[in-house]
Design a protein around this ligand. Structure first.
Ligand SMILES: Nc1ncnc2c1ncn2[C@@H]1O[C@H](COP(=O)(O)OP(=O)(O)OP(=O)(O)O)[C@@H](O)[C@H]1O
Length: 263
C-alpha cells in the first residue's frame, strides 16, 4: 500500500491544499483539476523535489516522508520516474543516450527494442534531442522514464503533444508495461478521456483538496458514441461528460447509445 497525505500552500495561497490518497502497486491513478491548483507541485513533493508544510508518504514498508519526525528520504533514494511537462531531457545528448542514461539492467534489450518499435523512435535514435519536435521529445521522455523501472511513475501531462494514432500505441504499451512490471502510475492531465482508458480511479484537485471523481470499480453507465475511428478500430464514448476511447464494437454507429461496464 502506498499512502500519501500532504499539506502545502500552493502559489500565493494563504490556506494549505490537502492532497491525500492511498493506492496499491497494481493501480493507475489519474489526477485532474483546474490549472494552477497544484497538481504538478504535489507530484514534485512525492518525488522529493519540493518540500511541503506538513505530511507523510509511506511507500509500502518504507517511510519516504514524515515531517513530524523529520524524516525526508532524498529523491535519489526514492527511485521515482518523472515525466515532466517540459520533458527535462538532456538536450545535447542523442535520443539513445538519453534513454540508456536511465535504463536499468532489469529492463532487457528485447523489451527496449519493443519499446523503440512501438514508440516509433527508431529513426530518431542518433539525433540530438534539441533537434526533435515536441511530440518526438515527449515520446523520448516517456521512454526514458519507463526504462528506469522506477518504484512509482509520476506522469505530468504525458500525452499532451502526441497525435491520436501514436497516443493510442503509447497508451496500449503503457497498459501492458504496467501489468508486467506492476509499477504504480500517477497521471496528471486535463485530458480526462486519456485518463479514463488507463486509470482505475480519477481524483480531482479542486477547492484545496483532492476528491474522487470516478472509480472504475463502480462505473456502470449508458454512454453515447461521439466519434468512430475505423482506421484504428476505436470509438470515443461520452459518459457523464467523461470521454472513453474503446475498441470499436460491431454494428456501432456515431450517435448510438451503449451500455458501458468498466471493471
Ligand atoms: N517554481 C515555482 N515558483 C513559484 N511558484 C510556482 C512555481 N511553480 C509553480 N508555481 C505556482 O504554484 C501554483 C501551482 O502550480 P502547479 O504547476 O502545481 O499547478 P497545476 O495544477 O499543475 O497547473 P497546470 O494544470 O496548469 O499544470 C501556481 O500558482 C504556480 O504559479
Amino acid at each position: 500500500m502506498i499512502s500519501i497525505n500532504l499539506h502545502k500552500r500552493i502559489g500565493g495561497n494563504k490556506t494549505e491544499s490537502h492532497f491525500q490518497l492511498s493506492f496499491q502497486s497494481e493501480d493507475i491513478i489519474g489526477i485532474t483539476g483546474p490549472s494552477g491548483k497544484g497538481k504538478t507541485t504535489f507530484l514534485k513533493v512525492i518525488a522529493g523535489l519540493v518540500h511541503c508544510e506538513k505530511g507523510e508518504i509511506n511507500f509500502h514498508d518504507a517511510v519516504w516522508l514524515d515531517q513530524s519526525s523529520n524524516i525526508f528520504l532524498p529523491p535519489q533514494k526514492r527511485n521515482v520516474g518523472f515525466i515532466f511537462q517540459d520533458y527535462a531531457l538532456f538536450p545535447n545528448m542523442t535520443v539513445i543516450q538519453n534513454i540508456l542514461f536511465a535504463k536499468t539492467d532489469a529492463f532487457g534489450e528485447k523489451e527496449l527494442n519493443k519499446l523503440i518499435e512501438c514508440f516509433e523512435i527508431k529513426p530518431l535514435l542518433n539525433q540530438k534531442v534539441n533537434t526533435l519536435s515536441g511530440g518526438q521529445k515527449q515520446r523520448v521522455a516517456i521512454s526514458r522514464a519507463l526504462v528506469q523501472l522506477p518504484n512509482i511513475l509520476l506522469m505530468d501531462e504525458p500525452f499532451s503533444a502526441l497525435d491520436f494514432r501514436v497516443k493510442q500505441k503509447v497508451i496500449d504499451y503503457i497498459k501492458v508495461y504496467h501489468q508486467t512490471f506492476k509499477i504504480p502510475l500517477l497521471i496528471n492531465t486535463h485530458q480526462i478521456h486519456e485518463l479514463s482508458v488507463l486509470t482505475d480511479k480519477i481524483y480531482e484537485l479542486n477547492a484545496e483538496k483532492l476528491e474522487v471523481l470516478e472509480s472504475k470499480k463502480t462505473a456502470h453507465h449508458t454512454g453515447n458514441v461521439i466519434r468512430i475511428d475505423r482506421q484504428n478500430q476505436l470509438m470515443e464514448v461520452m459518459v457523464n461528460n467523461v470521454h472513453y476511447t474503446l475498441p470499436l464494437k460491431h454494428n456501432i454507429e456515431e450517435g448510438d447509445s451503449i451500455q458501458l461496464s468498466i471493471e
